[in-house]
Structure formats: structure tokens, C-alpha cells
Design a protein around this ligand. Structure first.
Ligand code: GLA
Ligand code: CA
Length: 780
């Protein structure tokens, strides 16, 4: 009864809202449907991000979305590109989001705006500006007075740009989102209310406001007066995804606010793809029920410059390409997926409408190999240092992005000493008297270096490159450079190093171009800037081949093209033709560890799927085998059929450091094991923080056909899974995974989330849990 009453009220209030509007155009929430100017409307939205597309190509991409059969564009507003310095707003050029909306309208498309303040999106710090971190005790995405003050100022600026473009005022904006997937961050309704009021106060008061979340957590922060929508990916069981929402609000229109067409790539991990067939069948299932959707991404584009983010809790930086295996690829070209989706959407066009023509694609060119003939060694080009007794992160030297060099003098020593750097973010090279002695990667949790014997006054240089700030969960507190301390340890002594000369190396073209370039060869393999030119007589898109280069950043004609890293899987960088010139073009590359040869070329096709070295990182070292013969299970159980979280409470608590789940068989009788997420419950029955967990063993992982690494069970993403190998070795049961909690904890149980897909392969049935304070035996 209460439920019915609520839905009726909800319906009536939105209807009234609709009727009160003056210019005749309206978008409101009706009974189980949206109403556009009073008529039922299914949103078919294409998610695209204006900063990920050169402005010159905006209209091309909008037309591509239209020709795909979409009627709406869905976009985030990225706070950190609009307010690069506190109080200095920029909505011009590639940041002119209002112009993007007008172009959409010109092409007959509606717009959904998602102004944040947090947007996630695999974007540096989830869209938050780095300078917020200058306030050491700031609370992000909470009711911190400073955070709220800055959020309000920013969203008011967005309002000035976009509020007049709401449909009631003659524009094309039909909905506005409040915050973003807050359920995967915390529980704080008062904070969400504050953001809602800020969004309304900025002028977004004429169209429905909505919240997007996962079906597992959308109730946590759901406000009564907002529309609730659900995010999930290709392959998901759609019935299941909307079940709870339908129960709570039987009369609400349904919308999948992010239907993931593919997924993003991480450096060092297998290139991600998702099946076109599964995507199309999901869309069809929704369309058959008049469920609205936004296809995230329809065109992913590129995280140019230093804008790509990183995931949490295992620091895993995202690649520059945001191709996303989307229907429209990174450079705006059609893909087989595009045609599949288009064929489907054509069948669901309103009567009398037909698909618009697919616009011609932007021409592609190749650029013959050319040398970067001029070099500027970083160490020869250092400017005046800042002096700091204590080590501090780069934000406290007023630096947002790039690299930072910490230099100090060491005293003579013949003893064996180790250098321990606590929290170097993110990729570190250590030099003694200009000679490189170590590289430490945050991806691998490396932080220790054995030092050679030292002469008096030896110069220690620690060069730290910052990659993107984490954009997920509590990872958004991601100070860069060295954030804690540097210690020198010998047998009987630990000394904290002090008195630093600090050199900031910003990721700016103005900095890179002003180096002192010469023809000196980089014989010592030092970090250096390289400059060269190439000449073309016709402009076109190209893919710069970076496979000769180690790790760094590229600028072409002053445009920041992006990060590259030899480990892959991305080996080329997308260079939009509109940023090239007929005639001579300038290329500058900042390479941190020196190229094999200072040469590159422009290819016609991208290379996004080549991992170098040992390929994708595996949780099992070659030849390792887990021996559980002499171990006794602490607990044994059987998982239930079906999707959604299952919580298992042990009948007693115990202390443990290592958690091993052994899967014995599967519900479907197949030979595979899959897990989407695992939470381990502490003394109080609540999940322990997984921030410092490591997966130290998984008997089998699918790392070739897909990125199904075992660390996916604690990446806090419900749509990513551990899947035992199905493409080559096809190992059979039992399957085991071991998690190192990094310190001893009292545990009382665990929660398990099976894979969300309709595909029921690898659904574990019987299992055993082993808990130990000392490492498990892994024999070779
Ligand atoms: C979530 C977020 C998006 C994006 C996707 C993954 O749905 O809301 O911003 O991060 O995950 O691509
Ligand atoms: Ca996961």
C-alpha cells in the first residue's frame, strides 16, 4: 500500500512539474515511462566525452551516434579540466561543453548531463582537481566545508554554461545526474542531498535529476525525490539487475544509465573486449521492455595528455587509449560492433523515422619513419631547485602532474645499506652520482633498493614519475611523488633522509619545448627529451608507433598526445589529423628510460593489444603448485544458485594472514571457477579494507582470451571477474586462490559475489576455506 501511494505521488509530482512548464517543451517522469512533451519516450543515449575528442571532430562523432540510431548523448562534465587552478574557470575551446550540447541539438540529439563533482570515468582523480589535495586533511566526496564550497562554486559555473540549455528553455538537456555511483564509495545521504541541492541551485530545476548506481548498492544513498537508475555491463542478467528496483518502485521508468559496451585497458594487462552479440542481445532485451539506456561508451576516444586515471585498490593506471571496444572506435571509425548495434536500433526507431547516413570517416595517413635528432638530457636541464628539509609530495611544491626529482647527499659507507622509499607514486628511478641503480614500480609494490658502497658526498637522485591519480573508491586521495618517507637502513641503524633539493618537472609543453636541445647522444641511457620533425602534404589521423620507446609523454605541434609505456598493451598513440599541419610538424618525446632507437613513424592502424616482457601479470609464478595435503580446512560450504552477494559467517572467529578459497566443483558441472568479488569479514562482521591485499596464488587464470586475472576478485568492480583458463590449458578442479591480507587480522566470515552475466559457466558449488598465519606451501 505504502509503495503504491509513493509511486502515485512520484508520478503526480512529476506530471505537475511537466504541466507547469511554460515554453511547451518538457521532459518528465511518467508512469513506467519517460514523457517527452507528454509522449512516452525511450532514451537511447550514446555516452561520449567531449575532452576525449578534439573539438574539430565533435560534430562528426555526434553524427556517428545519430546514424547509429541513438536519440540522446550522455556526458560527464570534468571539473579538473574546467578549473585547472583554484578559481580560474575555463569553458573555452575543447572545454566548451555548451557548444557541444548546441551541436548535439543542431543534429537532433538530446543531452543528459552528469556534472559530478566526481565522475570516475577512468579520468585523473575521477574528475576532481588535484589542488584539492593541497589541503592535507581534506575529505573528498564528503561534507567537508571546503570541498562543498569548491563544489558549489564549480557547479554554479556549470549552471551558467548549461542551465539555459534545458529543454524547457528551448535547449536539449533532458536529465541531470547527481554525483556518480556513490554506493561504491560510501553511505552518506546528507552528502547526496547537499549535492542535489547544489545541482538544483545551479539552475538545473526543470528536468528530472537522477542517481546512478549498481543494483547491489543503489538503496544505500537513494533519495526519495530522485530517479534511480542502474549501471551494468554487456552480458549482465537484465531481469536480475532491475529486480530490486522494480519491487521498490513498481511505477518508475527503468533505465540502465551505463550499459558497458566494452571495458578500459590497464597498463600491463590484457586488452579488454566484450562480445558484440552479447551487447546486442542485452540492448534488445531492454528495448523490448521499453527500458531506457545509455551505452557507455558509444565512442570512448582518448585520454589525451596526462588525463588518464588509475584504478584502486591495486594501483593500476589506465592506458591513454579509451577505445573501450566501443561501437565507434578511438579514432571515430565504424567497427563491426557499430553495424550490429545499428541493425538492431533501426528496428526500434519511432514510426516514420529512418536512420541518418553514416558520415564519411576522417582520412587516415601513414608517416614514414623519422628520427628525433635533437636531445636534451633531463639532468643537464635542471633549473633552480626548491629546498625542503622533509620529503613532501608534489602537490606541496605546487605541481599537479609530471615527474619530480628529489636529490640529497649521502655520507661515505662501505656497509651494505638499503634504501626504503615509503609510498613513491608511481614509477621511480634511483640514481647514485648520475648512474641508475634501480627502477621501482608501484604496480608491483616495489619500494626497496640495495645500495652500492658510497663515497663521501655521493649524490642520490630519486626521480618519480606520476601517472594518473586514482579515480575509484578511496583511491582518490592519491598524492604524487614521495608521500611519506625515504629511509636508509643498515644492520643496526635506520636513518630518515632529509635536506632535499627538489626539482619539479611538469607535464607541460611549455616546459618541454624550452629545454636546451643539442645533438649529444644519450649514451648513459638517462631520462631525456627528444625533438624531431616530419613533413606531410595531406592531413589525416595517424597512430604514432611508440614501440622503440620506454615510457613517457608525447607532444605534437604543442598538443599533449598522451602517455605511452613499453609494457603495453597499447603500443601506438592516436594522433588526430586536425592537430597536424600540411608541411612540417614538430614532435617532442619525454622518455624516462631512453629508447632503443630515437625513431618513430605514423601507422594507419592502432596497436592496442601487444604486451611485452612476460605478457600479462599472473598471480602464479611459473611452475608453482599449491600443496594443501597437510592443511585442514577451516570451513567448508556450498554456494547457492543464483546471482547477487552471498554472505558466509564462520561459526567461530580466528586470526589469519592468508586466506585460501578452494573451489571443488561447479553448479553447472563445467570445469571452471569464476568469482566477481570477495570480501573478507573482520571481527565486527564488516568487510576488511582490501587496499593492501595481494593475490599470491591462483592455480589458473584466463589471461589470453580475456583479462580474467585473479586480482579481479578484489578490484571492487562487480563486473570484472577471475576466470580460470578456458582458452589454452583449461585446468580442471580443484581451483584455488590465495589472498595475502598483508597483516594478521581476526576474520569472522566472507562475502562472495558470483559473476553477474547470464553466462553461468564457472559458478562455484562446493568450496573449502583454509586460513593460515604463515604462508602456504607453494612447491616448484
Ligand atoms: C562506472 C563509472 C564510470 C566508469 C565505468 C567504467 O560505471 O560510473 O565513470 O568508470 O564505471 O568504465
Ligand atoms: Ca571484480
Amino acid at each position: 500500500m505504502k509503495k503504491l501511494f509513493f509511486s502515485a505521488m512520484f508520478f503526480i509530482s512529476f506530471l505537475m512539474n511537466g504541466f507547469s512548464q511554460t515554453n511547451g517543451n518538457s521532459f518528465v517522469i511518467g508512469d513506467k515511462t519517460f514523457l517527452l512533451n507528454g509522449k512516452p519516450f525511450v532514451i537511447k543515449a550514446a555516452e561520449v566525452h567531449y575532452p576525449r575528442i578534439p573539438k574539430e571532430y565533435w560534430e562528426h562523432r555526434i553524427k556517428m551516434c545519430k546514424a547509429l540510431g541513438m536519440n540522446t548523448l550522455c556526458l560527464y562534465v570534468f571539473w579538473n579540466i574546467h578549473e585547472p587552478q583554484e578559481g580560474k574557470y575555463d569553458f573555452t575551446g575543447n572545454n566548451d561543453v555548451a557548444e557541444f550540447c548546441r551541436l548535439a541539438q543542431k543534429n537532433g540529439m538530446y543531452v543528459i548531463v552528469r556534472p559530478g563533482p566526481y565522475v570516475c570515468a577512468e579520468w585523473e582523480m575521477g574528475g576532481l582537481p588535484w589542488w584539492l589535495l593541497k589541503k592535507k586533511d581534506i575529505k573528498l566526496r564528503e561534507q567537508d566545508p571546503y570541498f562543498i564550497e569548491r563544489t558549489k562554486l564549480f557547479i554554479n559555473e556549470v549552471g551558467k554554461q548549461l542551465a539555459d540549455l534545458q529543454i524547457t528553455k528551448g535547449g536539449n538537456i533532458i536529465m541531470v545526474q547527481v554525483e556518480n555511483e556513490y554506493g561504491s564509495f560510501g553511505i552518506d545521504k546528507p552528502y547526496i542531498q547537499t549535492i542535489r541541492d547544489i545541482v538544483k541551485g545551479a539552475g538545473f530545476s526543470d528536468v528530472p535529476l537522477f542517481q546512478c548506481d549498481w543494483n547491489s548498492n543503489f538503496q544505500n544513498n537513494a533519495l526519495d525525490d530522485l530517479l534511480w537508475t542502474i549501471n551494468f555491463g554487456t552480458g549482465a542478467n537484465i531481469e536480475e539487475q532491475f529486480k530490486k528496483l522494480k519491487e521498490l518502485r513498481p511505477n518508475t521508468p527503468l533505465m540502465c544509465s551505463e550499459f558497458w559496451s566494452g571495458w578500459f585497458d590497464h597498463w600491463g594487462a590484457k586488452h579488454e573486449t566484450r562480445s558484440a552479440t552479447a551487447l546486442v542481445s542485452g540492448l534488445q532485451e531492454m528495448l523490448d521492455q521499453n527500458i531506457s539506456f545509455s551505452l557507455y561508451m558509444t565512442h570512448g576516444g582518448t585520454s589525451f595528455g596526462h588525463w588518464s586515471g588509475a584504478n584502486f585498490p591495486n594501483f593500476s593506471p589506465t592506458c591513454t587509449s579509451y577505445d573501450y571496444d566501443a561501437p565507434i572506435n578511438e579514432s571515430g571509425k565504424v567497427t563491426p560492433k557499430y553495424f550490429e548495434v545499428r541493425k538492431l536500433l533501426e528496428r526500434y526507431l519511432p514510426e516514420g523515422e529512418s536512420l541518418s547516413d553514416i558520415p564519411d570517416s576522417i582520412p587516415t595517413i601513414s608517416i614514414p619513419a623519422f628520427d628525433l635528432t635533437e636531445t636534451a638530457l633531463l639532468f643537464d636541464n635542471l633549473t633552480k631547485p626548491k629546498i625542503s628539509e622533509e620529503i613532501k609530495s608534489m602537490e606541496f611544491f605546487d605541481q599537479g602532474w609530471g615527474s619530480i626529482l628529489y636529490r640529497t647527499k649521502l655520507v661515505k659507507s662501505d656497509k651494505q645499506q638499503t634504501l626504503v622509499i615509503t609510498e613513491a607514486h608511481d614509477w621511480t628511478q634511483v640514481f647514485i652520482d648520475g648512474k641508475k641503480i634501480a627502477t621501482l614500480s608501484r604496480l608491483r609494490g616495489e619500494n626497496t633498493v640495495k645500495l652500492p658502497p658510497l663515497k663521501e658526498g655521493a649524490i642520490l637522485d630519486i626521480l618519480v614519475e606520476a601517472m594518473g591519480r586514482m579515480n575509484f573508491g578511496k583511491g582518490i586521495y592519491d598524492w604524487k611523488g614521495i608521500t611519506e618517507k625515504v629511509e636508509l637502513k643498515s644492520d643496526n641503524e635506520t636513518k630518515v633522509l632529509k635536506n632535499w633539493q627538489v626539482y619539479t618537472i611538469p607535464a607541460d609543453y611549455s616546459f618541454a619545448k624550452n629545454m636546451n636541445y643539442g645533438n649529444a647522444k644519450n649514451t648513459n641511457k638517462q631520462p631525456a627529451f627528444y625533438k624531431g620533425t616530419f613533413t606531410i602534404n595531406k592531413k589525416g589521423d595517424t597512430f604514432l608507433n611508440m614501440s622503440n620507446w620506454s615510457k613517457g609523454l608525447v607532444w605534437i605541434n604543442g598538443y599533449a598526445i598522451g602517455r605511452y609505456w613499453e609494457i603495453g598493451p597499447q603500443q601506438t598513440l592516436y594522433v588526430p589529423g586536425c592537430w597536424l599541419k600540411e608541411g612540417e610538424n614538430e614532435v617532442i618525446i619525454f622518455d624516462l628510460a631512453s629508447p632503443t632507437i630515437a625513431k618513430t613513424e605514423g601507422l594507419r592502424q592502432p596497436i592496442l593489444n601487444v604486451l611485452t616482457g612476460n605478457g600479462a601479470y599472473s598471480c602464479r609464478k611459473a611452475g608453482e603448485n599449491l600443496d594443501l595435503k597437510n592443511e585442514n580446512p577451516f570451513y567448508s560450504g556450498t554456494f547457492k544458485e543464483g546471482k547477487g552477494w552471498q554472505q558466509i559467517n564462520f561459526n567461530k572467529q580466528t586470526k589469519t594472514r592468508y586466506f585460501c578459497l578452494e573451489a571443488i566443483n561447479s553448479l553447472g558441472g563445467d570445469n571452471y571457477a569464476t568469482i566477481a568479488e570477495l570480501e573478507i569479514l573482520g571481527e565486527d562482521g564488516k568487510p576488511l579494507s582490501c587496499q593492501h591485499w595481494k593475490c599470491i596464488y591462483a592455480d589458473s587464470e584466463e589471461l589470453d582470451a580475456a583479462n580474467n586475472t585473479a586480482t579481479n576478485v578484489f578490484d571492487l568492480q562487480e563486473s570484472t571477474i577471475w576466470h580460470t583458463n578456458y582458452s589454452t590449458t583449461k585446468a580442471a578442479f580443484p581451483h584455488q586462490i590465495i589472498i595475502d591480507l598483508e597483516e594478521e587480522k581476526v576474520v569472522s566470515g566472507f562475502s562472495y559475489l558470483p559473476r553477474a552475466e547470464q553466462d553461468n559457466t564457472g559458478m562455484i558449488k562446493d568450496y573449502k576455506i583454509y586460513l593460515k598465519q604463515t604462508p602456504f606451501k607453494l612447491k616448484n
